[in-house]
Design a protein around this ligand. Structure first.
Ligand SMILES: [Fe+2]
Length: 242
């Protein structure tokens, strides 16, 4: 709550989330990804406000909509807060999955979207996350059995590396994400869509894949628009101002 009142409330402007919900359908997307941090302290009223704001995207079935939680969405073990996260996850993914089903692979228009939950409550000084051992095993097995040339898009919260390709600081990084790091670096994954860091960026890997950090819509007033051709694996992108 201290963090919310002193720092984030001044930095984030909710009206930009409203603007994003209005602007995104006009961009004619095939897929819309929300990479987490709908809330600040996982308060029930935050989830209610976020889901209500984004409901036009949930209801517009002209595009696919995918959401994974961020660390601010799973900020506490409080059962009421956790239940609101579960409900928000279910609604934002149009009632198809429960949070406990992650990680999962979802095929859409020939692309494999791999949704991973990296959020978990941490001590106040930390904004780190983690992939559970069970999820790590699932990811390793999934990539082992992946057919060559399958277009793969990782959908998760923590950048695999920072803008320069280095590990994130210890208190901000995700532990246990080595399988995803390797997949992006070696070209088995073509896109990594994440958030967490407030400034948006794109970082190309030698293997041809690109990691896109969406940045904060409510702090930076931008959304990232990505063009991806599953056949050629060609990627182009631009930041669109709200
Ligand atoms: Fe985050």
């Amino acid at each position: 709550m201290f963090n919310h009142l002193v720092r984030r409330a001044r930095k984030h402007r909710w009206e930009l989330a409203v603007a994003a919900a209005e602007k995104i359908p006009a961009l004619n997307p095939d897929v819309v990804v929300c990479s987490g941090d709908l809330a600040t302290i996982s308060a029930p009223r935050e989830f209610e406000q976020a889901v209500q704001t984004l409901l036009p995207l949930v209801d517009d079935t002209s595009f696919e909509l995918l959401y994974v939680p961020g660390n601010h969405d799973y900020y506490t073990h409080d059962p009421v807060c956790v239940e609101h996260l579960r409900q928000a996850f279910h609604t934002m993914n149009r009632g198809r999955w429960q949070l406990g089903e992650l990680p999962l692979a979802h095929t859409f228009e020939g692309v494999e979207f791999v949704l991973v939950n990296e959020a978990r409550p941490e001590p106040p000084y930390s904004s780190a996350g983690g992939v559970t051992p069970v999820a790590q095993e699932w990811l390793q097995q999934w990539f082992t059995h992946l057919a060559d040339e399958t277009p793969v898009c990782l959908v998760h919260h923590y950048p695999l590396f920072d803008e320069q390709g280095r590990e994130l600081a210890r208190r901000r990084r995700c532990r246990g994400n080595e399988a995803m790091q390797q997949a992006l670096r070696e070209g088995a994954a073509h896109l990594s869509l994440c958030g967490h860091i407030h400034e948006p960026y794109a970082r190309e890997e030698a293997g041809g894949g690109i990691e896109f950090c969406a940045g904060s819509v409510t702090a930076c007033a931008t959304v990232t628009v990505i063009e991806f051709d599953p056949a050629s694996k060609a990627i182009a992108w631009e930041l669109v101002e709200l």
